[in-house]
Design a binder for this molecule. Structure first.
Ligand code: PLP
Length: 451
């Protein structure tokens, strides 16, 4: 049905991909994905691949949901597009806003819609600064983030993010954003206990606030666990200490729920899992399970009360609250609810995945296996006794990722950290298959590195 060679040639000639070294595509070319069902992808040659990443951490309800296609179709017939600028609105976005207010932590009753997580974080930057300016403190405009965080690819998103290779391109970060240590025990804290390291990493926030001055700091932004940075789950001491520090100062807490939101941890939001009370909560991805692009920023009542005093918020996107995307998002949230998907992750499939995933921690190539809910990471090491990393950084990760792909599993490599984040609907037997394929890839990687 598909002429793979032709597609690959056209792809090489014309298609500039995100986060891809085009020289490295080489002879082999891109793998062309043509369809998907449940947790499986199919490529143009008919190979079946278990999608251990739910696309980009987003296809929470799995592929092939005809009811979502039907909702999009009906909405496009009824009202394919309208906006919500200048005192207009439409039913899908209104209903979705109400639903999100019901699902989010109790004090978050307001939402600003965007088209993506990156746009949500651009909105966060402007909204936090606008909030303090409206309160008469325009100089309270610095946002503190963390090294190795990922908050998107727009100028503000990549600046808020703490990824050095992104900062190198395009002269980032922009002014008024700074980064503190991440709570990455395996990578940076093994000379102390996870608990002690969690406190130390949190105290970097206090030190930074004192250095800058409380009256200069607008907000602290963080993912509940860092996703793209390597599924970095903070030690249990970290978030309680951060909360104590924020309570001392008048600074907004922005919890980036773009990955954690809509069930990834076995709770509706990472904020529920880690017991956080955010002022702002960027969302995207699982909001529509990726079926159509949509994101947003959930806003607490305390922030909204101030913003409402500031007149127009001169900000908005043509596709803010797009009717078809909003209708699909609403239907996606109903699927998550009606099929008890998040509860199942919390009580059944999540614990099962974590038990099976921990078994991979015994592999000679793996220094640590960690995870929460429906997400996991493996740290690949040269020496299991000392947890020493490979000198040639990211080679082992790339090898392992390629072996996975060849054997029908998508697993992501962030340097030498392997990551999974499968659709939340994955079953026990599909989890078994995922583990078997991951183990085979670890064996092949070990052999390749030690032969
Ligand atoms: N925030 C987090 C935590 C993310 O993981 C991502 C994307 O991976 C984003 C923001 C950016 O979202 P988008 O790619 O939809 O712009």
């Amino acid at each position: 049905k598909y002429d793979t060679a032709r597609l690959q040639q056209l792809d090489r000639d014309h298609y500039f991909h995100p986060f891809t070294d085009h020289k490295a595509l080489g002879e082999e070319g891109s793998r062309v994905i043509t369809k998907a069902e449940g947790v499986y992808l199919e490529d143009s040659e008919g190979h079946r691949i278990l999608d251990g990443m739910a696309g980009l951490w987003c296809v929470n309800v799995g592929y092939g949901r005809k009811e979502l296609a039907e909702v999009a179709y009906q909405q496009m017939l009824e009202l394919p597009y309208y906006n919500s600028f200048f005192k207009t609105a439409h039913p899908p976005a209104i209903e979705l806003a109400k639903k999100l207010a019901d699902l989010a932590p109790a004090h978050m009753n307001n939402v600003f819609f965007t088209g993506s997580g990156s746009e949500s974080n651009d909105t966060v930057l402007r909204l936090t600064r606008h909030y303090w300016a409206t309160k008469g403190q325009p100089d309270k405009n610095i946002i503190i983030s963390r090294e190795n965080a990922y908050h998107g690819s727009t100028v503000a998103g990549a600046s808020l993010g703490g990824m050095k290779p992104m900062h190198k391109q395009g002269g980032l970060p922009i002014e008024g954003i700074c980064h503190i240590q991440q709570p990455y025990w395996f990578g940076e804290g093994q000379d102390m206990s996870p608990e002690a390291f969690g406190i130390k990493a949190a105290q970097a926030l206090d030190a930074k606030i004192q250095e800058l001055g409380e009256d200069r700091v607008a907000a602290f932004i963080a993912e509940p666990f860092q996703g793209a940075g390597g599924v970095i789950i903070p030690p249990a001491s970290y978030w309680p200490e951060i909360k104590k520090i924020l309570a001392k100062y008048d600074i907004l807490l922005v919890v980036d729920e773009v990955i954690c939101g809509f069930g990834r941890t076995g709770e509706w939001f990472g904020s529920n899992y880690f017991d956080l009370q955010p002022d702002l909560m960027p969302i995207a991805k699982g909001l529509s399970s990726g079926y159509l692009p949509i994101g947003g920023v959930m806003i607490s009542d305390r922030v909204m009360d101030v913003v409402n005093k500031g007149g127009d918020f001169n900000h908005g996107y043509t596709y803010s609250g797009h009717p078809a995307a909003a209708a699909v998002a609403l239907a996606n949230l109903e699927i998550l609810e009606n099929e008890n998907i998040i509860q199942t992750v919390k009580e059944e499939t999540g614990p099962y995945l974590q038990t099976r995933w921990a078994e991979l921690g015994e592999h000679p190539l793996v220094g640590e296996a960690r995870g929460v809910g429906m997400v996991g990471a493996l740290e690949l090491v040269k020496d299991k006794g000392t947890n020493a990393r490979f000198d040639d950084k990211a080679t082992a990760g790339a090898l392992c990722r390629d072996f996975c792909f060849q054997n029908g599993l998508v697993m992501r490599a962030t340097g030498d950290t392997m990551i999974i984040s499968p659709p939340l609907v994955i079953t026990r037997s599909e989890i078994d298959e995922l583990i078997d394929k991951a183990r085979l890839a670890l064996d092949l990687t070990f052999e390749a590195l030690h032969s």
